[in-house]
Ligand binder design. Sequence first.
Ligand SMILES: Cc1cc2nc3c(=O)[nH]c(=O)nc-3n(C[C@H](O)[C@H](O)[C@H](O)COP(=O)(O)OP(=O)(O)OC[C@H]3O[C@@H](n4cnc5c(N)ncnc54)[C@H](O)[C@@H]3O)c2cc1C
Ligand code: FES
Ligand code: FES
Length: 494
Amino acid sequence: MTATTIRSELRFILNGQDVRLTDVAPDLTLLDWLRLSRSLKGTKEGCAEGDCGACTVLVGRLSPSNGLVYESVNACIRFLGSLDGCHVVTVEHLAGGDDRLHPVQQAMVDFHGSQCGFCTPGFVMSLYGLWMQTPNPTDQQIETALQGNLCRCTGYEPILRAARSISSYGGTQNDPLLVERETMIARLKALGDGARVEIGGERQRLIVPASLDDFASVLEASPTATVVAGSTDVGLWVTKHMRDITPVVFIAGLRELKSVTVADGVVSIGAGVTYSEAIATLSQHIPALGPLIARIGGQQVRNMGTIGGNIANGSPIGDTPPALIALGASLTLRKGTIRRTIPLEDFFIAYGKQDRQPGEFVEAVHIPIPAAGENFAVYKVTKRRDEDITATLGAFRLALAADGTVAAIRIAYGGMAATPKRALAVENALLGQPWNEKTVEAAMAKYAEDYAPLSDMRATAEYRALAARNLLLRFYLETTSSAAPAQVSRYEAA
Ligand SMILES: Cc1cc2nc3c(=O)[nH]c(=O)nc-3n(C[C@H](O)[C@H](O)[C@H](O)COP(=O)(O)OP(=O)(O)OC[C@H]3O[C@@H](n4cnc5c(N)ncnc54)[C@H](O)[C@@H]3O)c2cc1C
Ligand code: FES
Ligand code: FES
């Protein structure tokens, strides 16, 4: 085995400039660095928690299949240390050298998409990211791209009109990222020296492992280090809770954690795969997961956040764990060179406590695809449809026998207990019974044996208990009726 080279310098490209930094605090956010060290004030700070989109920038990285991919991210919760080998693009990079506005900016001006202007750079960057990938987007695609951008002035309609018209301005020949593309690929390739980045002393240490094996040995040697994947949870520990997260190991760039494979009826997702990277495969094989993922944060959060992080943080209100538990998923954990695979439900021991040893990390999750004829559904209950955290979430996987009785059933909930948890008493009341309203009503009475939910700002205990029971009824009705499911999928102005 060859020894790992260590570099004590962070290297990336900001707009057109090469950046090399030897003094980087592990918890320094990209937003603070842009505004305070580089005086790039176009990128704004609104909420500092990934909700408003005022801080949106694009991050480009080399990808094995597509060459160079740019995605919108929230600079307020993205750490500078995670950007080694990336291209950071801020709103200042858009206008041409002759001060001509970029088509995205010109459309926003012409359609009055800006009033006070505070949110505007963030909207421009989100729309730019969309326009690069989808020059003629549908309204649905525009809304998805802008889910994570808030504007208190315009009422959104002028921004939507601007978004629909961008391509009519032409101007691709002047678009900086299209013009620079080949050069940028070469410049980014030149940054990839295969070294581990290690900056700072013992307390303030920042590490970007060179490979998956290197990550395993780094974490084994520093078991108390904070692992940071997409930072959509950890970012808020810093900006909202002022927590000391050092030393930090950044894993977002590890290619080996980015694999998505489908084999023998199982989708396996590496711990570094983001929601945006997973959504197409998951929607194809387990369609109910697509709409669930589309309701996690805004586009920027989905571009950064990982399913691995959603599992590893152990939150009782994370959206994917209950769905994956109902599907019967398993988790591969790794410490050093030793791997073990456990049922996902066994990972969650108690509030804040998971079955993860010091120095161990989540490597991949394996999700069985329901067989043809099986039913799988997941329902997320929130106060607001988009960009909201779950009050309760129920997931159901059902197989019926030829005589219409319940041959197999798995039910799991989030927001109902200290961990994501199966409803075993409810499952037992259904198993072997005819799948009819009488059975379902009898099973609904069993929820009190499985859960004693809490009241908090998202919902009262009574509301949660009632909603949980009704989700089973809803699942029953949807599996037995051909009527379209009753759900809000889109709001229209009157
Ligand atoms: C605006 C906003 C909206 C959100 N909306 C939702 C929502 O609707 N539903 C929802 O479920 N979540 C939501 N989240 C939370 C968050 O996006 C998810 O929990 C996300 O999946 C976390 O992944 P990450 O890669 O960003 O994790 P990080 O923040 O990097 O890490 C989270 C935790 O996991 C640990 N960790 C990460 N990867 C590993 C690994 N491979 N091995 C061991 N430990 C690891 C970290 O140490 C940390 O404890 C939202 C967040 C924001 C900012
Ligand atoms: S400042 Fe609000 S999302 Fe970053
Ligand atoms: S223009 Fe004022 S917040 Fe959007």
